[in-house]
Design a protein around this ligand. Structure first.
Ligand code: GAR
Length: 187
């Protein structure tokens, strides 16, 4: 059995999709959900599914390496809307074993401050004719690790940032879990 830890900061719709996708999987399970926000809806949702959860403080994450103990037995860390930069000790402990999803076609619209609605507002302001998703390995810089998978959607001039967000989120929900499954079953 391969074990996934999902890290999420917010709503957790991608985390929910992933938990549902792997619920009855013979080889892969979501065995931990970590959030930096005690009130994040993702934690209650995970608990409803019987998945252990962990609330991470900034001090514990950045000033200790205690998290490594909590992650014993984890094969892959999946960042699903997790907004804190991953510290070097964690990248070193999980080489090519931390994956992030970004709501745009990297290398465009990535980097610090480029998350969630900020991304879609920037894509809209630039008059882009397409956007999409990028699933990539995580290194110590925001949004710069090796790209694993991208999917695209066409944008029309009528698409406002909210419409772009809906199109991109639909791609995330369709592709994230299957890409993770493929990654884990090929390794
Ligand atoms: C997702 O769209 C994800 O791509 C984005 O946050 C959203 C989380 O939604 N991540 C980033 O912007 C990272 N830079 P969710 O909480 O509903 O899964």
């Amino acid at each position: 059995m391969k074990n996934i830890a999902i890290f999420a900061s917010g709503t957790g719709s991608n985390a929910r999709k992933m938990i549902e996708y792997f619920a009855n999987h013979p080889q892969i399970r979501v065995s931990l959900v970590v959030s930096n926000k005690a009130t994040a809806p993702v934690l209650a949702m995970a608990a409803d599914h019987g998945i252990p959860t962990l609330v991470l403080s900034r001090t514990r994450f950045y000033e200790t390496e205690e998290l490594l103990t909590d992650l014993a037995g984890i094969d892959l860390i999946v960042l699903a809307g997790f907004l804190w930069l991953v510290p070097p000790y964690l990248v070193a402990a999980f080489p090519q074993r931390i994956v992030n999803i970004h709501p745009a076609l990297l290398p465009k619209y990535g980097g610090k401050g480029m998350y969630g609605a900020h991304v879609h507002t920037a894509v809209h302001a630039a008059g882009e004719k397409e956007s999409g998703i990028t699933i990539h390995f995580v290194d110590t810089a925001y949004d710069e690790g090796q790209i694993i998978f991208q999917a695209r959607c066409v944008l029309t001039p009528e698409d406002d940032p909210a419409a772009i967000a809906r199109k991109v989120l639909a791609l995330e929900h369709a592709h994230f879990a299957p890409v993770i499954a493929q990654l884990l079953t090929n390794n």
